[in-house]
Unconditional design. Structure first.
Length: 347
């Protein structure tokens, strides 16, 4: 379905404003707005421009990774359209507080609607991409955590949270991988979910046709994942591009700190980046978890030895690029896609 812009914006903006209010109050009482403004005014624009460049490159490499998965599954789509779809999905992901799920659903919908390919194959490309990205993140988290433990005396709460994130990430990877290759198990799960929906609707919703479509889609999905695993050499380029996407995403914070004239360990940046991404998976209900993620990142940087004003300034500058810049470009991409759909006569 096409997202109704006014409805989504009307429902999301109040929660977004609440998040911003929480952030402003935190900065006022714990950091000091004047201190923050002074630091922001001293930013080296050359290095911050580099942060902007790598933030763009991150989306490019992310799109290239997905592009190669689509190509391997014989889904014919040019890179410009893949790039556009990634921006649209990013906008939806930021706007709708269902982090990491709304983006995947958006991309599957965009592919099936605009390219006319099987939704099952599209989902196979998206899930495979997700597993690869999560595997790289989990590996980086494990290595950086080990290095951090050797270098710092961390509190029990931080160690516990890091362990929970690692276990949760690895569990998600194993579960997704298992369901990707066990067709009968996946169908049982989907069938039970649809059966539960029928039960709570008390028979008002007859989902027989939906079950048939779901079974057909799952068959195509598992055929797609089997195709990918049967040709492991073809996964070399997606792995390379996914690694580059991860590195450039982390480099955003690295260049932000340099722009503030502060030298920080790359290991610390990786830890904060990974754990802040995990925070965004919690269903807080605020678009992009604005306010909560900033407070978490600032607090974690401070706990790892970075002065509070520098931590806050670095966090704000990073989130400008990873949330607000991507939000507005994503919105422009969304408007462009809506216009293209209208011109093509699809509504």
């Amino acid at each position: 379905m096409v997202i109704k812009r006014r409805t989504v914006l009307t429902r999301s903006v109040p929660f977004l404003l609440i998040g911003l209010l929480i952030l402003v109050l935190y900065l006022h009482f714990f950091v000091g707005i004047e201190n923050l403004i002074q630091l922001l005014q001293s930013v080296n624009l050359l290095y911050y421009s580099l942060a902007f460049v790598v933030s763009l490159l991150s989306i490019v490499f992310y799109s290239l990774t997905w592009q190669h998965f689509l190509n391997l599954l014989s889904i014919k789509i040019g890179f410009p359209k893949t790039f556009l779809f990634v921006w649209v999905a990013t906008f939806v992901d930021i706007l709708i507080p269902a982090e990491s799920i709304s983006s995947e659903i958006s991309k599957a919908y965009l592919i099936s609607r605009s390219v006319g390919q099987s939704t099952g194959k599209a989902v196979a490309s998206i899930v495979s991409h997700r597993i690869l990205s999560m595997s790289i993140t989990a590996t980086a988290l494990i290595i950086s955590s080990a290095l951090l433990i050797l270098k710092y005396e961390l509190s029990t709460s931080i160690l516990t949270f890091m362990l929970i994130v690692m276990i949760g990430t690895v569990f998600s990877i194993v579960l997704l991988s298992y369901l990707s290759f066990k067709e009968q198990t996946t169908w049982k799960v989907v069938n039970k979910i649809l059966g539960f929906v029928e039960f709570i609707s008390r028979g008002r919703w007859q989902l027989t046709n939906l079950k048939t479509k779901a079974q057909r889609m799952l068959k195509m999905f598992h055929e797609g994942t089997t195709t990918l695993i049967e040709h492991p050499r073809n996964l070399a380029l997606p792995v390379v591009f996914s690694l580059l996407a991860w590195v450039t995403d982390v480099l955003i914070s690295f260049f932000v700190f340099i722009s503030l004239g502060f030298d920080v360990s790359f290991v610390v940046i990786v830890i904060v980046y990974t754990l802040s991404m995990a925070i965004q998976y919690f269903p807080i209900g605020i678009p992009a978890e604005v306010g909560f993620v900033e407070i978490f990142m600032t607090s974690l940087y401070t706990l790892l030895g970075i002065p509070l004003p520098i931590s806050a300034a670095a966090t704000v500058l990073t989130r400008v690029l990873t949330v607000w810049f991507r939000f507005f470009v994503g919105y422009a991409s969304f408007i462009r896609w809506i216009g293209t759909e209208f011109l093509m006569g699809d509504g």
